[in-house]
Design a protein around this ligand. Structure first.
Ligand code: SF4
Ligand code: SF4
Length: 64
């Protein structure tokens, strides 16, 4: 698991395929699929670990 950081994930909805891997990997249930696109639904729980970004096969999550 990645280390906590001040960065937060930004999802490129145009690139997201809706595979759900990022949703599954996030241990804090920050992400969910909304209309088959990954979305941040629980931002307050995000630790900035970047596990979601590393998991995404199409690199549609950027940590900023
Ligand atoms: S950075 Fe970590 S805690 Fe935040 S949404 Fe991604 S996997 Fe979840
Ligand atoms: S892992 Fe990437 S492509 Fe899959 S749902 Fe998440 S953001 Fe979309």
């Amino acid at each position: 698991m990645g280390e906590p950081s001040d960065k937060r994930p930004v999802i490129d909805a145009d690139e997201c395929t809706g595979c759900g891997l990022c949703v599954d990997v996030c241990e804090h249930e920050v992400l969910d699929l909304v209309d088959d696109i990954a979305a941040i639904v629980n931002a307050g729980e995000c630790t900035g670990c970047a596990d979601c970004a590393e998991e995404c096969p199409v690199e549609s999550i950027t940590m900023t």
